[in-house]
Design a protein around this ligand. Structure first.
Ligand code: M6R
Length: 601
């Protein structure tokens, strides 16, 4: 989850390292640091908190050198502090690390017995001392990295620079921690993703599992996991740095909420041919008897919505699981089945591991990812790219609704292929999807009403979200959005479950948010709401049937169908969370303790 950048070239690197870290801050933002080597001497500056603190320190202490590494941290071992911030260094080496060293305690004890002095509580610092130990014994930097990496257990991407070597950087990768090498003119680079490298070069390759590379300003040499010298072909990255701006909005999240109609439209358009029919995804829908789905967080809730679509529209069983459970549950999967994997970043460690498990069970992997050139895309059989564009806010908004758009088209494609619906029914569903961007615009018109309700919600410490059927995952997503950016405790239940436990929480004024677009069972939800009102709850209903929600505060939704309503309610729950967080003054783009790309288990 941490962000890594490295430059080895022929001009000063410090400012450029910091600029690149700005693009990586989405990976973690509890501390940051850079180290350079200049005239053989290693030097570093680190700061706790966001990058702005590092920039401030660098005004007082500048770092020279043409070779350097930088890091933005998401804490795993050791609290966010300057001392735990990367780069970690000894007299002989400075390193940055993304991942987890699982045997760090054993290594630490061993190195301490050899008089290595540790200053931090991180697992990463052992890498620096382990390298130092080999260097002390007279090994070259190259041999030291080669030997040290064999002792490290876990997942890691590392970049190292060395005392006495102004034109040398060694990088290595093991496990689910991506590392891209960028090739430039008399300068070479390494970064956690293509975005960080985009200001410098578009010629890249990714390190594969077990790769080690030696970079200088004029060359890049590469060895694979068997220590065989190899080359990997570069590709031209399409990732552009231009797209990253708030465009006048107060936060990325606000911008990303407002951009949804256009990115959903673009994503839908990418799935339609000139005749307005859904393009084949490449899946043989008649060869499978069920779909298996795995993802994390909001992407999992997108799958949960899709379950209702696939089962109701395509009559195809759709089994879902949270990727971190799926990977260890080891479910039996039917031969030659289809596994759908969804991830905004395409890097989530648990999702990637779930994918690997499904692959080992001979499943065809269809992934839906937003970030192009990601790890998940690279190992999938079929990838459909959502066209949300870079999502910078940690809370998933436009990534979620574009994932829904992709999944909806797949459900229609499956239904038609399996002859569960006719072509004309398919066209009706497609027409419903075409209306989604306008419905989202209409939902955005409710912004001011939601803002008023949010003032009161911001004073609460607990909330309960309810919904039935396809609105149940939307209730879960609403609770996730609210808790992650406003830090208000939020739980979500299927409305029918309230009486089986959570009703005990209700008392005068307790906030209950119910997602209840008009459908065949909306009156059942209305009955549950009456049960909540009878116990004094303050109920906010998102509905297009306000007459059956008397006694509630309500946000009137535009009328919508089974395919459309999740998009509409997504906008409303996002605004509710957003305005509540604004009211509380929390940082919506970089909420505490979170990171945009979760590359550890
Ligand atoms: O990049 P991914 O879609 O794989 O990320 C999965 C989750 O970490 C992510 O959706 C997370 O739950 C969001 N921050 C929620 O808003």
């Amino acid at each position: 989850m941490c962000g890594i950048i490295g430059i080895v070239g022929n001009k000063s690197v410090a400012d450029r390292l910091v600029d690149a870290l700005e693009k990586l801050e989405y990976r973690g933002y509890d501390s940051a640091g850079i180290a350079t080597v200049s005239q053989g001497e290693l030097d570093r500056v680190r700061a706790c908190g966001k990058l702005v603190n590092l920039k401030q320190k660098l005004k007082e202490t500048s770092l020279s050198g043409h070779c350097g590494i930088g890091h933005t941290r998401w804490a795993t071992h050791g609290v966010p502090s300057e001392v735990n911030a990367h780069p970690h260094s000894t007299q002989r080496v400075a390193i940055v690390h993304n991942g987890i060293i699982e045997n760090h305690e054993t290594l630490r004890q061993k190195l301490m017995a050899k008089h290595h002095h540790f200053e931090s509580l991180t697992d990463s610092e052992v890498i620096a001392h382990l390298l130092d130990d080999y260097l002390q014994q007279g090994d070259s930097p190259e041999d030291a990295v080669r030997k040290a990496r064999k002792e490290l257990v876990g997942a890691f991407a590392i970049a190292c620079i060395f005392h006495g070597h102004d034109d040398l950087m060694i990088v290595a990768r093991e496990g689910a921690s991506p590392l891209a090498v960028g090739l430039g003119q008399e300068e070479n680079y390494v970064g956690s993703d293509a975005l960080a490298l985009s200001p410098f070069t578009d010629q890249l390759f990714y390190l594969e599992e077990g790769d080690m590379a030696i970079l200088s300003s004029g060359s890049v040499e590469l060895w694979d996991s068997e220590d065989k010298k190899i080359t990997r072909s570069t590709f031209q990255s399409q990732v552009s740095v231009e797209a990253i701006s708030k465009e006048g909005f107060t936060s990325f999240m606000e911008k990303e909420i407002h951009h949804q109609p256009q990115v959903v439209e673009a994503t839908l358009a990418s799935r339609l041919d000139d005749n307005g029919q859904i393009k084949p995804s490449g899946v043989d829908w008649n060869a499978i008897d069920r779909v298996t789905f795995a993802a994390c967080g909001t992407a999992f809730y997108a799958g949960m919505v899709a379950k209702y679509w696939f089962e109701k529209i395509a009559r195809l069983p759709f089994e879902i699981d949270i990727a971190s459970e799926f990977r260890y549950r080891m479910p039996p999967l039917s031969a030659n089945g289809l596994c759908v994997i969804v991830s905004q970043s395409g890097e989530t460690a648990d999702t990637l591991a779930a994918l690997e498990y499904a692959k080992s069970q001979d499943q065809t992997i269809l992934s839906i990812v937003n970030v192009p050139e990601s790890s998940i895309e690279r190992v999938s059989d079929i990838t459909l790219q959502t066209l949300a564009g870079p999502e910078i806010g940690v809370a998933s908004t436009k990534a979620f609704t574009t994932q829904l758009a992709m999944l909806a088209t797949l459900a229609i494609e499956a239904a038609l292929a399996r002859q569960v619906i006719t072509s004309s029914q398919a066209l009706t569903y497609i027409e419903e999807l075409r209306q989604v961007p306008s419905l989202m615009h209409l939902a955005m018109g409710k912004d001011h009403v939601i803002r008023t309700l949010s003032k009161k919600l911001a004073t609460m410490s607990d909330t309960l979200f309810l919904g039935r059927d396809i609105n149940y995952p939307m209730a879960l997503e609403g609770a996730l959005k609210l808790k992650e950016i406003s830090y208000i405790h939020a739980e979500a239940y299927a409305a029918g479950e309230m009486k089986h436990g959570p009703i005990a929480l209700l008392e005068d004024g307790y906030p209950v948010i119910v997602i209840a677009p008009k459908d065949s069972i909306v009156e059942k939800t209305a009955s549950n709401v009456q049960e909540a009102l009878a116990r004094g709850a303050w109920v906010i209903a998102f509905t297009d049937a306000p007459h059956i929600f008397s006694g509630c505060d309500y946000i009137e939704m535009p009328e919508s169908t089974l395919l459309q309503s999740p998009f509409v309610s997504a906008v409303l729950i996002q605004f509710l969370a957003y305005h509540t967080a604004q009211e509380k003054g929390t940082d919506v783009d970089q909420p505490r303790n979170l990171a945009k790309s979760v590359t550890v288990e």
